[in-house]
Design a binder for this molecule. Sequence first.
Ligand SMILES: [Ca+2]
Ligand SMILES: [Ca+2]
Length: 384
Amino acid sequence: MRHSTGRHRRTRTLSIAAAVVVASGAGGVYLGLAPDGASAAATTVTVSTAAQLESAVKGAAAGTVIQVRGGTYYPAKTLKSTANGTGSARITLRAYGSEKVKIDGSKLADGSWLAGIYGDYWTVQNIIWQNSPAQGFVATSSVGGVFKNLVTANNGDSGFTLRGDGTTNNLVQNLDSYGNYDAAGHGQNADGIAVKFGSGTGNRIAGARLYNNSDDGLDLWQFSSPVVVERSWAYGNGKNRWNDGAFEGNGNGFKLGGGGASVAHSVNNNAAWDNMLHGFTENSNTGAMRLNRNTAYVNASSGFYFATGKARLARNLSVSNRGGLSKLGSSTVSAANNWDSGVKTPAFKSKDATSAGASRQGGGALPVTSFLTTGSGAIGSGMG
Ligand SMILES: [Ca+2]
Ligand SMILES: [Ca+2]
């Protein structure tokens, strides 16, 4: 029984691998099988043309590793897969070595996403997704995804999206998402990262820079399970950078709900500056969100807008926000923030954001910056 299952799996895996070999032509292909045949085979496919990339994504199965050689790729269709990896045999799509890979949607049909993943246990790493006519990268109802060191830039709707019920245990680490703008909606939809219209626990966003998008930096609209957002920066969102005469972008840094969901997100050690609306806002989410050690600076409206819900805010820092430091309701719990009585506002070491926009460190971590740092371990974002 057990042997029979193993044999079937091996056969199936080999036939998928063979299909990928054919599809990828003369590109370097490595095929390896687990010794006992019980776990899925590791199949590494190296691609160097858009057609090879499309075939490899289409043919991916548990254990497939797709390595993309440096260059700019213009797929003719959305890169789409419903395949599932497993915890021990992930599906990996990544740049080859340290080569720079741009996947560009400018030849796609109107309304197309650039990438749509519907499966579990994908790792997608070190790739720039740009110029899509609609969304850049979308993962729908995915479990266990690792989305690391990605850039989503200048797409026609939100840069990076997690959506759907069953969106569980995904990590989005070190994302840069900028310049996204939905012309059809006059900018009202394109966020840096959207975790919207869905549910599922264990999702975490860390080390992101979400900037110069037409709508919000981060948007958790109608996502009904807690999301962790940490060590991320949102800035310059909601400005009309596209000469759109009917511009409708909102421009919150961190928009933590809306659409009726009441959910306790955790939002820690982030910073929002120079956004056109609030730095951080519940956006009608009445859940007991926790916000600790975040910093809001020179946003056009409130630094922290939590007027209706049960958010718990502690050790946050709000400076020079034009609509006020904070707007809190009677159910909000507020302690040791710089707007609370008796709490001092430490001085920033730097108000020059230039270094925050610099290249990331090797490995993908946020650049080292003194911008908005205070040296205090008691209040505000540590900026990294
Ligand atoms: Ca909007
Ligand atoms: Ca939005």
